[in-house]
Every structure is written in structure tokens, then in C-alpha cells.
Design a protein around this ligand. Structure first.
Ligand code: ACO
Length: 430
């Protein structure tokens, strides 16, 4: 915080309005516009392009430089040296765990991986062809009907247990949503496996054979979870905060986050990338699609390109690209035709004036889809996997908000509808 001030002169107001300016540890200063309401004015910022909705200590992004820090640690270092559950600890508690803390955290997550048996029955209410994100919205929200002992948001212990339950059960529910669509039996978690291995075991295993999980693939899966763990106040995290600000329980809030993540402008983009690559179908058709992306009259966009905050390479995309190379080499898929399209598309976009001018770089979703496809994950599960990884970020932000002082989130509007008018009885209407 600082004692800097902004002065705003408003037409029709004799006195200028003084607005306090606050400085964070990194990033742009913010102007506190709260005082404007008393002058009968609101600020107007559709899409929250220049609005800081809260104060937070979890994640920092410098979009121009392509920097992403979790609790101060660069994402590249975490991706190289840490693992998903350790990063979860960091996001939740603010510091990296020591050895004993890490062991305790990991074993607590492992002890919460099973879901209430009645949840299996709950799945039967869905159609077999339901999109797994539709199932996740429903089932995660329904957890609040199963775990009544972790719903008191004013109790720190309840919040902790809810956090463990959500982080631990998301992979189980995600795998169940896939198994349900295939008609195969749900797999119980195997707590001797690490987080990513366990997810792959529940996705691809069956009760008749032992699971055989490649360490390269489980490492790539862990990295995907880690790279998606948090991204400050994105659409889904802001949704979780907004839902939480009304006092809603954590399971309901995370279900709201899952719903917000689903759209193709956010988490749904990884699924959309693969669909787009399949639609392009051949390297020879790339120019046609690039031309469409540049055409103002065509709504088509190159999926996996562009980001609201990054106007430089998304640092997660760089790491994801490395993982994609490792996974494709491990699986002998270096000559995969979709990968060839992806690589050529990336090359063209990085050298095309339109994409350069608008600073549209490949984002994390561009490469994650390629890895997931190579691992054998069906396209419809891509966004679900994003949701599994992002759960910890949602909880960390929700918990940060609930543990501090907060008010219900209630934006205002610029009203452009009818002015007041009298009701017209039905028989008098034209
Ligand atoms: N292809 C072609 N043109 C694009 C693209 C794209 N992928 N993205 C943005 N543009 C153009 C827009 O047409 C616009 O052009 P204009 O100024 O001439 O009107 C300009 O770039 C700015 O775009 P906006 O939509 O205003 O940018 P915004 O910050 O609102 O949107 C978003 C960011 C939603 C990510 C956008 O770039 C997009 O739709 N990308 C494709 C979907 C995608 O990959 N989403 C994943 C985001 S990352 C994540 O959630 C993990």
C-alpha cells in the first residue's frame, strides 16, 4: 500500500475526487474507486480488463514478459523440480513443505481419494453419452450432499477437510465420468500410486489386470496438473470467489468454477484445439484456416492462440511443449499427422503479421491437447483434466477470501434499458 493518490475531475462536479492508489509487491498500482459510489458514479469495465477484483498473495502474472509465479516461485522451476502435490501445498499454505510436511500432506490426500459409495448410484442418473464436464458440474456440486461434516465455512478445520476432499476426489470423479461413458467398471483408487499414476490407473485400468503405467506418461500427466494448478483471477477462479462471497459451501463453489471453465474461451479451448486440428486435417489446408482466423467477418479463431493476460509466450506453453516432445518420443508418435499440423500452424502464426501485431502466441492449451491425445485421453476429457489440476487454485483463492475480510461480490451496471413506464393491460396492447 502507498499514500499515492489519483485525482479525478468529473464534469458537473465542482470538486475533484481524490482516489487512493495502492501498490502491491509486483505488478501495476491500483486505484481504489470504491469512493465513487458516494458521488453517484460507478466505474465501467466490461470483461474486467482493467479491474483488480481483490487483493491476493497466491499467484503473480506479468503478461508482457511472460512471467508466472506461484507464491514467488517461477512456474518453470516448479515444473522442473517440484511435483503437483507439492505445488498444491505451496499454493494452499504459502511455503514449500519440508520433508515431514510433504509426507503428511501426500498421505492425507491419498486417504481421501475414495468417494462415498452412494455416488456410484448417482452416476446412473446420467445418459451414457453425457459430456464428462456436464457430469462433473453435477457430481462435484452433489458432494455437498454427501460430506455434511465439511460445510461450515467459518470453521478452519472444515475448510481444510473440504480442500483435501476436493483435491483427492477430483481425479476419482474425473476417471469415473470417463468409465461411465465406456460402460467399463469404475476403478477404485490405488493409494500406493502417486497422484498422476493413480489417475491413469483409474482411467485406463480394469479390475481384471494390474495397471502398467509408464513413468514418462505419469510424469507428463503430473506436469499437466501442475501447469494448470493456478492462474490468479481467471474466469473460473473469479467465479469461485464470487460464488464463495455469498457464503456458499466449497463443493458448490468449485462446481461453479467447473461450469465457468467449460467454455471454449477458457478451459474448453484444449478440446477445441484438437477439434480444430482434426477439422484442418492436412498441412495443405492450414493457409485456408489462418485466412479465416484473420477475416473479420468470419467468427472462426485459431484455438489455442491468444490470451487475455499474456501478450508474450505463455510460460506454461513452453514447458508443455517440452513435455509434448518427450511424450511423443516415448510413444514413437513423432510423425503423428495432427502434430505436424500443430507444428506448422505454430510456425505460421508466430511469423504472420496479424498474429504478431495482436500478440497472439500459443497458449498452454495448444500443447496440452496434443499430449493428452498421445496418452490416449479422449478429447471430451481434456477440460475435465484441466479442472482436476485447477481445483487446488480454486480452493486456495476461496480459502484466502474466506479467511480474510470479504463482502459479497455485487457488481453494478450501466443501464441502457427503458426508463420507467406504466403497465399496459393485455387488452390494450397492440
Ligand atoms: N485467432 C484469431 N484472432 C484472435 C484470436 C485467435 N485465437 N484471439 C484473439 N484474436 C483477435 C480478436 O479477433 C481481436 O481482434 P480485433 O482487435 O481486430 O477485434 C483481438 O485479437 C483481441 O481479441 P479479444 O477477443 O478482444 O481478446 P480477449 O483478451 O478478450 O480474449 C481469448 C482472449 C478469449 C483467449 C482469445 O484470444 C481467444 O478466443 N483465443 C482462442 C481460445 C483459446 O485458446 N482460449 C484459451 C485461453 S487460455 C486458458 O484459458 C488456459
Amino acid at each position: 500500500m502507498s499514500d499515492k493518490k489519483a485525482t479525478l475531475s468529473i464534469d458537473g462536479l465542482a470538486e475533484a475526487v481524490e482516489l487512493p492508489i495502492y501498490s502491491g509487491t509486483l505488478g501495476p498500482d491500483v486505484v481504489d474507486v470504491g469512493g465513487l459510489t458516494a458521488r453517484g458514479m460507478f466505474t465501467y469495465d466490461p470483461g474486467f480488463v482493467s479491474t483488480a477484483a481483490c487483493e491476493s498473495q497466491i499467484t503473480f502474472i506479468d503478461g508482457n514478459k511472460g512471467v508466472l509465479l506461484h507464491r514467488g516461485y517461477p512456474i518453470e522451476q516448479l515444473a522442473d523440480e517440484s511435483d503437483y502435490l507439492e505445488t498444491c501445498y505451496l499454493l494452499l499454505y504459502g511455503e514449500l513443505p519440508n520433508k515431514a510436511q510433504k509426507e503428511k500432506f501426500v498421505s492425507t490426500v491419498h486417504r481421501h481419494t475414495m468417494v462415498h459409495e452412494q455416488i456410484r448410484t448417482f452416476f446412473n442418473g446420467f445418459r451414457r453419452d453425457a459430456h464428462p464436464m456436464a457430469i462433473m458440474c453435477g457430481v462435484v456440486g452433489a458432494l455437498s450432499a454427501f460430506y455434511h461434516d465439511s460445510l461450515d465455512i467459518s470453521d478452519e478445520q472444515h475448510r481444510q477437510v473440504a480442500a483435501f476432499r476436493l483435491i483427492a476426489k477430483m481425479p476419482t470423479l474425473a476417471a469415473m465420468s470417463y468409465k461411465f461413458s465406456t460402460g467399463q467398471p469404475f476403478m477404485y483408487p490405488d493409494n500406493s500410486l502417486n497422484y498422476a499414476e493413480n489417475f491413469l490407473h483409474m482411467m485406463f485400468g480394469n479390475p481384471c489386470e494390474p495397471s502398467n503405467i509408464s513413468p514418462v506418461l505419469s510424469r507428463a500427466m503430473d506436469r499437466i496438473f501442475l501447469l494448470h494448478a493456478d492462474h490468479e483471477q481467471n474466469a473460473s477462479t473469479s467465479t469461485v470467489r464470487l460464488a464463495g462471497s455469498s457464503g456458499a459451501n466449497p463443493f458448490a463453489c468449485i462446481a461453479a468454477g467447473i461450469a465457468a471453465l467449460w467454455g471454449p474461451s477458457h478451459g474448453g479451448a484444449n478440446e477445441a484445439v484438437l477439434e480444430m486440428l482434426e477439422e484442418i486435417g492436412d498441412v495443405s489446408r492450414i493457409d485456408e484456416f489462418v485466412a479465416r482466423a484473420k477475416d473479420k467477418d468470419d467468427p472462426f479463431r485459431l484455438m489455442g492462440f491468444g490470451h487475455r493476460v499474456y501478450k508474450n509466450f505463455d510460460p506454461r506453453a513452453k514447458v508443455m511443449k517440452e513435455s509434448a516432445d518427450e511424450v511423443l518420443a516415448e510413444l514413437g508418435l513423432e510423425n503423428d499427422p495432427l502434430l505436424a499440423i500443430a507444428k506448422r500452424l505454430e510456425e505460421i502464426a508466430l511469423h504472420d503479421d496479424y498474429f504478431i501485431e495482436k500478440k497472439l502466441y500459443p497458449n498452454v492449451d495448444f500443447y496440452s491437447g496434443i499430449i493428452l491425445k498421445a496418452i490416449g485421453i479422449p478429447t471430451s476429457m481434456f477440460t475435465v483434466i484441466f479442472a482436476v489440476g485447477r481445483t487446488v487454485g480454486w480452493i486456495a483463492h476461496w480459502n484466502e477470501m474466506i479467511s480474510g475480510s470479504y463482502r459479497i461480490g455485487r457488481p453494478r451496471q450501466l443501464y441502457t434499458g427503458h426508463v420507467m413506464r406504466d403497465y399496459v393491460p393485455l387488452q390494450e396492447r397492440k
